[in-house]
Design a protein around this ligand. Structure first.
Ligand code: NDP
Length: 245
């Protein structure tokens, strides 16, 4: 049970992060939420407080190491511990490699990989000291299979999987820190908004015809992993919409 635990969630201003922060708060944990769009975080904070939850919101760009440290430190300062870290912030400007959208490749590497590493590095000294913790990393189906126009995005999500598995091997056995990787298929969120490659317009249109998962479906799977008894480490959860190939 996660009642009275302290959770830090990145990318909580929309989609999966928003739904997850709300679900964790509903389960009775205190939440520190981070993202760049502070007004959206404030909206979530109010929603959490309306149901009697405790929440702090912190402006956080995960590409900045100091922002990641501030987010974790804000939770520590307020509640003196961190039990859960959900590394959710991510973006997906898919493009064909030949179109050389190199700035977008760098953005994905900075947010999807380095952001996860920065927040993790800020959290684990506290978790090691506590001898307990749970890190949930949001990878993707794209961390299991590669598809055209997904080379760089998939590379970042494979990296999240590898980093998570390394964390598990190092931290679960020795330091009682559980590590879970979540691999969603298509979820109805704002994620495709960053795609600028015009040749992908029909792909984006097609993906919207599939009955996608809801952000709450992913939040529920995260709650399942978090609420599992302490001796049980749910390593990976892969969830596709039923009609996704
Ligand atoms: P959204 O676009 O709705 O949410 C992305 C979140 O990431 C936003 O809250 C955004 O906040 C945050 N974010 C982006 N860049 C940064 C940054 N530099 N610093 C801090 N936060 C940032 O999409 P989803 O909810 O779908 O995405 C959440 C995660 O789920 C991502 O890691 C994504 O790769 C993964 N995923 C999504 C799938 C889908 O089909 N939707 C499928 C598989 C995985 P802000 O802009 O306010 O900073």
């Amino acid at each position: 049970m996660i009642k009275d635990q302290v959770a830090v969630i990145t990318g909580a201003s929309s989609g999966i992060g928003y739904a997850t922060a709300l679900a964790i708060a509903k389960a009775g944990a205190k939440v520190a939420i981070g993202a760049r769009r502070s007004e959206k975080l404030e909206h979530l904070k109010k929603e959490i407080e309306k149901i009697g939850g405790e929440c702090i919101s912190v402006s956080c760009d995960v590409t900045k190491r100091s922002d990641c440290e501030n987010l974790v430190n804000a939770a520590i300062k307020k509640w003196n511990k961190i039990d859960i870290l959900v590394n959710n912030a991510g973006l997906m400007p898919l493009s064909f490699v030949k179109n050389l959208k190199i700035d977008e490749w760098e953005q994905m590497i900075d947010v999807n990989i380095k952001g996860v590493m920065y927040c993790t590095s800020a959290a684990i000294p506290h978790m090691i000291k506590q001898n307990s913790g749970h890190i949930v990393n949001i990878s993707s189906i794209a961390g299991r299979v590669v598809f055209p126009a997904g080379s760089v995005y998939c590379a970042t999500k494979f990296a999240v999987w590898a980093f998570s598995e390394g964390l598990r091997q190092e931290l679960s056995v020795r330091n009682n820190i559980r590590v879970t990787t979540i691999e969603p298929g298509i979820v109805d969120t704002e994620l495709t908004n960053t795609i600028t490659d015009k040749s992908l317009e029909s792909f984006v249109k097609h993906s919207k015809t599939i009955q996608s998962l809801k952000a709450e479906d992913i939040a529920n799977s995260i709650i399942f992993a978090l609420q599992s008894p302490p001796h049980m480490n749910v390593n990976e959860i892969t969830i596709r919409p039923t009609t996704q190939e």
